[in-house]
Design a protein around this ligand. Structure first.
Ligand code: HEM
Length: 207
């Protein structure tokens, strides 16, 4: 009997996800260039300091807009439920690599859901605060004290987003067979059974 596959993301969702990744890399590297003089060399990746300054807000906004499209498609699957609380209690077992003790998960497990919402909140804070000191168009509308607070919150939420993306990529690589969900759009039935048993049951009707 051959390997059976289940669909997980369509072509539109995958294209959107990889556009987010592209804009994330551009916005993160150009932003880090302003964060500390020792990282200023990163600005050369987008054509130098002036270009980094011009492009950074547009790349950030493009990332957030693409994310909004993915958000509208996926938020319902990321709402925490009772089964997720049980999963979180066992997350230590998961980190030790003992999958057998994990309660069954739906389309996303509680860890993925947490990362999803952390991404949502940090992106909202990044966009709102970013507008508040975006020269020369919007910054003048805000008093200087508010702008200073915005700069601080922008840096904090950028740090949170970058850390959550590192966790996200690590988990995608660590759980074997996950990356193909975003490259080919499908996962194997055995991946689904092992990692997302409730979703597997939903998709196949099998116990
Ligand atoms: C090279 C970097 C990245 C890789 C390799 C990667 C890989 C993946 C993979 C394999 C999935 C499917 C997981 C599953 O269906 O169980 C996924 C889902 C997702 N990714 Fe990424 N990703 C990357 C970067 C990003 C970035 C930068 C963001 C956003 C800022 C992001 C946001 C998402 C979201 C929202 C989902 C859907 C998960 C959910 O709804 O809970 N990814 N990614």
């Amino acid at each position: 009997m051959g390997i059976r596959y289940l669909p997980r993301y369509n072509a539109g969702e995958r294209t959107n996800h990889w556009l987010i990744v592209l804009f994330f890399i551009g916005a993160a590297l150009s932003g880090l260039a302003f964060f500390h003089p020792s990282l200023y060399f990163l600005s050369s990746l987008v054509g130098g300091g002036t270009w980094a300054r011009i492009l950074h807000p547009f790349m950030g906004l493009a990332m957030a807009l693409c994310f909004l499209v993915l958000f509208l498609k996926l938020w319902r699957h990321n709402v925490m439920n009772e089964a997720d609380k049980e999963w979180l209690k066992h997350s230590g077992d998961m980190l030790r690599g003992d999958k057998s003790r994990m309660p069954p998960a739906g389309r996303y497990n509680a860890g993925q859901k947490r990362v999803f919402w952390i991404m949502v909140v940090s992106l909202v804070v990044l966009v709102v605060t970013g507008f508040m000191f975006w020269q020369p168009w919007f910054a003048d509308a805000f008093p200087i004290l508010l702008r200073r607070i915005a700069v601080l919150l922008h840096a904090i939420s950028a740090t949170v987003l970058i850390l959550s993306v590192i966790v996200h990529v690590y988990a995608a690589i660590w759980v074997k067979g996950t990356v193909r969900a975003m490259t080919q759009g499908t996962v194997t039935e055995s991946w689904a059974r092992q990692n997302h048993a409730l979703w597997h049951r939903e998709m196949t009707g099998k116990q």
